[in-house]
Design a protein around this ligand. Structure first.
Ligand SMILES: [Zn+2]
Length: 472
């Protein structure tokens, strides 16, 4: 704690002020005063940048950047610093960051100590919905800026004074740092910061919550997402995104996880993620933030001709209804660990990818491919990709043929269709690499292949994601 009554400290301040005034008079000699120099923030060139890209990004021209920076025709080099003509009046270094969860213009401005108006200008923002999670945003930072850590936001009825004491800081210092004119103006659910060695990963400050992470950004149609929450005290969580309500499972040690699948036909765009946290005292904190759902760039398969009995019939509907129930339960234990094996050995034999748009038998209705088709070329064995429990085996289905469903826990299931033979039984625990069946041509199939599907709470998601990266 600084002691402002210490005489030596006070005399040092006075000395500083005097020297500053002397310096001012020196510069104030008539005829030597120039107009106050215009400041520009500096952009640090990274590998792959071009002048035309930088000009486009900051709404300026290559010529204006060259003129302001005295650049010749030499190429750019990573680490070069360029003043940006359209951002006159701003200072510091421009950095590009991803908008963290819980961000608003106010919180970003507090965090970076930049004026909100400058952030709007540097990012050409026209609406708060443009600050969606995971988009990149240009921030200014002073050269010597410290990290900023979120502090627990005020509980209902708690004062900013109490909160600053809990954060171990002087109330006035903290309110100044957080651009509050008056500490009594602190609001519950608002995000406040204190200087720290490291930056907090999120901008969300809810009492009792340590961290909220959305994994697998940027979000893509037909892909998996994971929300991971760490808290100091028991908290129940609800979340909604694009019609998906992922189920949170307590993993122990204050961690909760929820897997969700974005439907492959969800329109590309910005959607609100709504989260509600209720603590042991029954207080509920709610927040909304926009998230971009990007295109999966799915292909269109050539029109398919299949047995008319297998499409748009009561038999198909009845079968779909049964499978919907099979993959519904969210088992509270994650059985798999790490990256998954491919259920058929050779990746070259992919014959149709997840998400491709399809039509059947000249029906104008749009379908999409709910799995990954692995061809016959690698042999006929089908292996379990990860640990799981066989949720059911289903011989002779109209659409799926001979089919196996495996429950991996937390709402994540794998499904194997069109098999010639099923080599496991319901209730059996399978190990990664275990032989579970043989590839066949049963059900709605136009040649021998394995249809491998990953469902999360009943929504098919891109299996290739699970073969490419480990969750969590
Ligand atoms: Zn398929």
């Amino acid at each position: 704690m600084r002691d402002y009554t210490n005489p030596s400290f006070a005399s040092r301040i006075i000395l500083c002020v005097i020297s500053f005034l002397v310096a001012l008079t020196l510069f104030a000699v008539p005829g030597r005063v120039s107009a106050q120099a215009v400041t520009y923030p500096e952009y640090v060139v990274v590998y792959g940048d071009t002048l035309s890209w930088i000009a486009l990004r900051f709404d300026t021209t290559v010529e204006d950047i060259q003129a302001l920076n005295g650049l010749g025709d030499n190429g750019l080099h990573p680490g070069d610093r360029l003043k940006i003509p359209t951002l006159a009046g701003m200072q510091g270094v421009l950095t590009t960051e991803f908008v963290p969860l819980g961000s608003s213009l106010t919180s970003l401005s507090r965090r970076s100590r930049a004026e909100p108006a400058d952030l709007i200008k540097a990012n050409k923002l026209t609406s708060p919905s443009e600050l969606f999670i995971g988009r990149d945003i240009v921030m200014t930072r002073s050269e010597d800026s410290q990290g900023m850590e979120t502090i627990a936001s005020l509980k209902q009825g708690q004062s900013f004074f109490e909160s600053s004491i809990l954060a171990g800081m002087n109330t006035w210092e903290l309110s100044h740092l957080n651009r509050l004119e008056n500490p009594t103006r602190g609001l519950p659910m608002d995000t406040y910061y204190k200087p720290s060695e490291v930056d907090s990963p999120s901008n969300l400050a809810i009492p009792g919550l340590k961290e909220v992470v959305i994994d697998n950004l940027p979000l893509i149609q037909g892909d998996t997402f994971l929300i991971k929450i760490s808290s100091d005290e028991p908290v129940s969580v609800k979340a909604t995104l694009a019609g998906v309500e992922p189920v949170f499972v307590d993993m122990g040690a204050g961690v909760q996880m929820a897997y969700g699948g974005i439907h492959a036909l969800t329109e590309v765009g910005v959607y609100p993620l709504t989260m509600e946290f209720t603590n042991a005292e029954g207080e509920t904190y709610r927040f909304d933030q926009y998230v971009m759902i990007n295109s999966g760039n799915y292909a269109t398969d050539k029109p398919l001709q299949v047995d008319p009995l297998t499409i748009g019939t009561p038999e198909e509907a009845a079968e779909n209804a049964i499978f919907k129930e099979v993959v519904k339960p969210v088992s509270p234990v994650q059985q798999w660990s790490g990256l998954w094996y491919s259920p058929a050995q050779d990746a070259d034999c992919i014959i149709s990818r997840f998400g491709s748009r399809r039509t059947y038998n000249d029906d104008p209705g749009l379908y999409y491919h709910t799995g990954l088709d692995l061809g016959y070329c690698a042999g006929i064995d089908v292996y379990a990709p990860a640990v799981g429990t066989v949720a059911g085996v289903f011989p002779d289905q109209v659409v799926r043929g001979n089919c196996i469903v495996i429950d991996h826990g937390l709402g994540v299931y794998t499904i194997y269709m069109h098999l010639r033979e099923i080599l496991v039984e319901a209730g059996e625990v399978v190990q990664p690499g275990q032989l579970i069946g043989l590839i066949g041509n049963t059900g709605r199939s136009t040649g021998p292949h394995l249809h491998f599907e990953v469902d999360i709470q009943g929504t098919p998601v891109n299996p290739e994601t699970w073969l490419r990266r480990a969750f969590p």
